[in-house]
Design a protein around this ligand. Structure first.
Ligand code: CU
Length: 692
């Protein structure tokens, strides 16, 4: 397989090309400066392609307000303004998609490939009413729709540690119909961090979680993705249907106690849009989708799986997990007065089921880690946008959701013996929520090039299956043992947020600044609870509680075109979180983070020098044993050429081989080892692309 990949690369290298310059950057300045409102962002796939990002979590770090959680070489999880996991929605084409792993090995964005994606749209804050649960914002990747005629794209990257990214896609489109198909392969060996050590080599020589010597320097992931999409127009209606399959094999997660043996994902999405003329009802859209992820993780690569009196199989622990989501949405656009009214209803069901086996008490005890939990959500939304003259635009909307959750495989006996001792009040294996959310937004354009935005939003998200019903009982023999139990009595989290934004733009610059303040009611937060009776078989546990919290911060981003085809760009992000009851800092909050770059770009050639940096984070939650992290800075170089249908980009990230860690770690993991994974050291990469 690897030989074939090298051959493909070589063929692409040797084929000739033709020169043609494109002034992409000035266009981007115009789009960012004028077409996107201050609480929104877009990331073009060009920016992603130029970077060494392996996944969306890393790619989004190019935008202010975004950081990511690192657990290994790939599968970085998206964090927006300090909110992560279910506090934000991460979708592809509006499709709700979840990972199978209870430790977020495979966050939603892991399950599609960059090659499928055209752009990524972001709404920061509780201003998305189309979807349930966009409490902290929404990240929606938009897949490609092919241009007229036939087209094809081939890209190949090769880099340090045998990094390989290959993709091929082709499409054919007539005026009315189109069909596209694509395939992507990516793999890499384990990378080294700035101190020259493999990122798998972070454990002490006595830790049972350390990798067996033969797996320390092995493949870090191997991912194959296949997708196809077709569309047609019939009278006033447009239809599209998409199917994708992804297979990820042997993905290493040094941060956790286990690695993924496989993640297998199937996705189907159907959309239709009907335009109506001569009636106030202008457009009706319908979308229906289904997806499923099968995930298997175990400790086969770790010393903990070494045969012993207790370990009588090839592994000491394993989790087999499956998640499935299906849903539908009906929405409409109606001309109402001088404004536009959008009305819609939607439904989704998510099932999540995971079984853990661990060698305990001299046998392999299966446990319903996620006891076949069904979440059913019914929602209705409305949004009204009204231009008030040429300079003011007012938008208001509301959403109501009814959510029912049931843990089908949680027996009364297990609920009483494992969950109840850690909680007061009588627990049940089902719960439901009725929640209203809404927002008001006003944007004012006093003069060309100035936009002022202000918004107030109240967004909600319901607790997920894991926060409500995870159940993991560990052996009471070790003093460090800790159980994980959900809290079936959790309330939904609510984010009441005020935003103010200012955007300045001209022909050759834009500057976007935003400030926000959030009051979080019933914010779902981790809590450590003591051993309920001080004796076995139960030990202390981690569970979830609703707390009152507040967060505030801001972002600054700008780009400026200098003479001589030089461009300056910079970003700065800050967020501060506080547990209102205890007064202590919230855990997992990124420090002050930023970037600065200078780029020479004439369309056919570019060269960029950039610096990414983060301050020290000393605001930590010591109650969760969170530790401070040091500040850091890393330098990246990128260059590229375009010859018409051909382009080549390459770069070196972390040029000076700095050893650094990002502050975030996903403490909400039942299987986190407590040891952080450093970011990669120096990495070189080269990407060739051919498009026609
Ligand atoms: Cu997993």
């Amino acid at each position: 397989m690897r030989k074939l990949h090298r051959l493909l690369l070589l063929i692409m290298l040797l084929l000739p090309g033709i020169c043609r310059a494109e002034a992409l950057l000035l266009d981007e300045i115009t789009v960012r400066g004028q077409e996107v409102s201050p609480q929104q962002e877009t990331l073009t796939i060009r920016e992603v392609r130029e970077s060494s990002a392996r996944d969306m979590g890393e790619a989004l770090e190019l935008l202010p307000g975004f950081t990511s959680v690192t657990k290994g070489v790939i599968a970085n999880d998206v964090v927006l303004r300090g909110l992560q996991g279910d506090d934000i929605n991460v979708f592809l084409d509006g499709v709700r998609l979840y990972g199978g792993c209870p430790s977020r090995m495979d966050p939603p964005s892991f399950h599609f490939d960059f090659a499928e994606v055209d752009s990524i749209e972001i709404i920061k804050g509780p201003y998305d009413l189309y979807n349930a649960g966009s409490m902290g914002g929404v990240v929606n990747a938009v897949s490609k729709t092919p241009p007229a005629g036939s087209s094809a794209t081939l890209t190949g990257s090769y880099g340090s540690y045998r990094l390989v990214n290959l993709s091929a896609s082709g499409s054919y489109a007539t005026e009315k119909s189109y069909l596209l198909a694509g395939y992507a392969y990516k793999s890499s060996d384990v990378t080294k961090s700035g101190n020259g050590r493999l990122i798998t080599d972070i454990y002490s020589l006595t830790s049972p979680n350390r990798y067996k010597p033969e797996f320390l320097n092995s493949g870090a992931y191997q991912i194959n993705t296949f997708w196809t999409k077709g569309g047609t127009t019939l009278g006033p209606s447009r239809f599209s249907l998409n199917y994708s399959y992804q297979d990820a094999e042997d993905v290493l997660y040094p941060y956790l106690l286990m690695d993924a043996e496989y993640d297998r994902t199937n996705r189907i999405n159907f959309t239709s849009t009907t335009r109506i003329t001569g009636s106030p009802l202008e457009e009706v859209s319908f979308q229906a989708w289904w997806n499923r992820v099968d995930h298997l993780m175990n400790d086969r690569f770790r010393v903990s799986s070494t045969p012993s009196m207790m370990v009588t199989r090839a592994l000491m622990m394993e989790t087999d997990s499956t998640t499935q989501v299906y849903g539908a949405k009906l929405s409409s656009k109606i001309a109402a007065g001088d404004g536009l009214l959008e009305l819609g209803i939607d439904y989704y069901n998510r099932n999540w089921d995971a079984t853990n086996i661990s060698a305990m008490w001299l046998r392999y005890q299966p446990q319903p880690l996620l006891p076949d939990v069904d979440v059913d959500n019914f929602g209705a939304f409305s949004k009204y946008s009204l231009p008030l003259g040429a300079k003011l635009k007012f938008t208001a909307g509301a959403r109501i959701d009814f959510t029912a959750v049931e843990a089908n495989d949680l027996t009364a006996a297990r609920l009483n013996s494992l969950y109840q001792p850690y909680h007061s009040g009588s627990l049940s294996r089902s719960t439901d929520f009725t929640e209203v959310s809404g927002n008001l937004q006003l944007s004012w354009l006093p003069t060309t090039g100035i936009e002022i935005f202000t918004g107030f939003g109240s967004g909600v998200r319901t607790p997920d299956a894991q926060e409500l019903f995870i159940g993991l009982q560990r052996s009471a023999t070790s003093p460090t043992s800790i159980n994980w139990v959900g809290n079936p009595a959790l309330d939904a989290s609510r984010n009441n947020q005020i935003d103010v934004g200012l955007k300045l733009s001209g022909d050759n610059y834009y500057l976007n600044s935003s400030l926000y303040y959030s009051l979080l009611d019933d914010f779902i937060y981790l809590q450590e609870v003591a051993d309920p009776d001080g004796v076995g078989p139960l030990v202390r546990a981690r569970t979830y509680r609703n707390i009152a919290a507040e967060m505030y911060g801001g972002e600054l981003a700008g780009q400026y075109a200098l003479p001589l085809d030089l461009y300056l760009r910079g970003t700065l992000s800050y967020v501060r979180g506080k547990n209102s009851a205890s007064g202590s800092p919230l855990a997992e909050i990124p420090p002050l983070t930023g970037s600065a770059s200078i780029r020479y770009d004439i369309g056919s050639f570019f060269f960029e020098f950039s610096e990414r940096f983060a301050a020290e984070q000393d605001r930590v939650d010591s109650g969760l044993s969170e530790v401070k992290s040091a500040g850091w800075g890393a330098t990246d170089l990128k260059t590229g050429v375009n010859w018409g249908k051909w382009s080549a980009t390459g770069g070196i990230s972390n040029l000076f081989d700095k050893q650094y860690l990002t502050h975030l770690s996903y403490q909400r993991d039942a299987f986190s080892s407590g040891v952080k994974v450093p970011k990669p050291g120096r990495l070189a990469y080269l990407t060739l692309a051919y498009r026609y």
